[in-house]
Design a protein around this ligand. Structure first.
Ligand SMILES: [Zn+2]
Length: 272
C-alpha cells in the first residue's frame, strides 16, 4: 500500500511531467470512484490546463487553471501510469486521461480508489481532505511542531500516528520500523513519553521515510513511468520479520495485534 514516500514521489513525477498540459478527455469506467457523473466530470475538465500537482497526505491534488481540482486517492494501491503514445497505454484501467498533445495516463486501482472533481470554492471544506494533518516531508513538520501536537495526548502512540488528522502519510507498513527505531511499544501512551522519546520518535519518522524515498520507495510499487522502487524487504528492520532476530539485540521479533492492525516488534527493545 502506498504511503507518504510513494505518494510524494508519484505526485512529484506527475507535476514534472504534466504541468502545462491541456486535458482533452477523461474516461471514467468505474463511476463509483468519482463524486460526480462521468459526463459532468468530462465537461468540467475538458480544455483545462494543469497548473500544479501536489500531495496532501496520501491524496494527490491536480490543480486546473479553470478553478477545478482533481483529487486522487490510491486507496489500497493503484498503478498510475504515464504514456506518451498509443502503444504504451495500459489496457486495464478504470480512469484514462488524454492530453491535447496525445500523451496521458491511466489508473488501475487494486481495490477501491477515489478520483474526484472539486472546485476551488469547495476544496477547503472537502470532507475527505479538510482535516488531513501536515505530513513529515512538509517543511512545517518540525520537532517543535511535532512535540506540540503530542502535548496532553493520552492516546496510544501507534493509533495516534495512524490517524491522518494528526500526522498524514504514515500507514502500517513504515510504522513497524519507525516505532522500533524509536524503541517504543505501539501501545505506549503518549502521556508516558518523555521529551527524549518524542525527539527520538521524530527523527525515526523522518529517517525511515527519507531512506525509502532515497532508495526509490517501496519495491512493490510502480512509479509514474512503471519503474519499481528500490526499497526492498531487506531494508526493513523488524517489519514483516516475524521469528527473525532483532538487528539490535538478537531477540526474536514477534507480531502482535494492535487494534485492527498487526504490529511487528522486538519484545526486548520495545517494552511497554
Ligand atoms: Zn531487540
Amino acid at each position: 500500500m502506498a504511503e507518504l514516500p510513494e505518494i510524494f514521489k508519484l505526485a512529484g513525477q506527475m507535476r514534472d511531467t504534466l504541468c502545462g498540459k491541456t486535458i482533452q478527455s477523461i474516461t471514467l469506467l468505474q463511476e463509483k470512484c468519482a463524486n460526480i457523473p462521468p459526463d459532468e466530470f468530462q465537461n468540467r475538465v475538458t480544455n483545462a490546463r494543469i497548473m500544479d500537482i501536489r500531495n496532501k497526505g496520501k491524496w494527490i491534488i491536480t490543480e486546473l487553471h479553470n478553478g477545478e481540482n482533481i483529487l486522487l486517492s490510491l486507496g489500497m494501491g493503484a498503478d498510475v501510469l504515464y504514456f506518451n503514445n498509443e502503444k504504451k497505454q495500459a489496457d486495464k484501467y478504470q480512469v484514462k486521461v488524454i492530453f491535447s498533445d496525445g500523451s496521458g495516463y491511466t489508473i488501475r486501482f487494486w481495490w477501491f480508489g477515489k478520483y474526484m472533481l472539486v472546485s476551488d470554492d469547495e476544496l477547503a471544506s472537502e470532507p475527505n481532505i479538510k482535516d488531513i494533518g501536515i505530513d513529515p516531508f512538509d517543511e512545517r513538520f518540525t520537532l517543535d511542531y511535532f512535540s506540540s501536537l503530542m502535548k496532553g495526548k493520552k492516546t496510544q502512540i501507534k493509533s495516534f500516528l495512524m490517524n491522518q488528522k494528526n500526522v498524514s502519510g504514515i500507514g502500517n507498513m513504515y510504522m513497524h520500523d519507525i516505532l522500533f527505531k524509536a524503541r517504543l511499544h505501539p501501545k505506549k501512551k503518549i502521556s508516558d513519553m518523555n521529551d527524549d522519546e518524542i525527539k527520538l520518535l521524530y527523527t525515526s519518522i523522518t529517517d525511515v521515510l527519507n531512506l525509502s524515498l532515497e532508495k526509490g520507495t517501496f519495491a512493490y510499487e510502480s512509479d509514474f513511468f512503471g519503474k519499481k522502487g528500490g526499497y526492498t524487504m531487506d531494508y526493513f528492520l523488524v517489519g514483516y520479520k516475524e521469528n527473525q532476530p532483532c538487528p539490535v539485540c538478537g531477540d526474536t521479533i514477534v507480531s502482535i495485534k494492535t487494534g485492527s492492525t498487526t504490529s511487528y516488534i522486538c519484545p526486548t527493545c520495545q517494552k511497554l
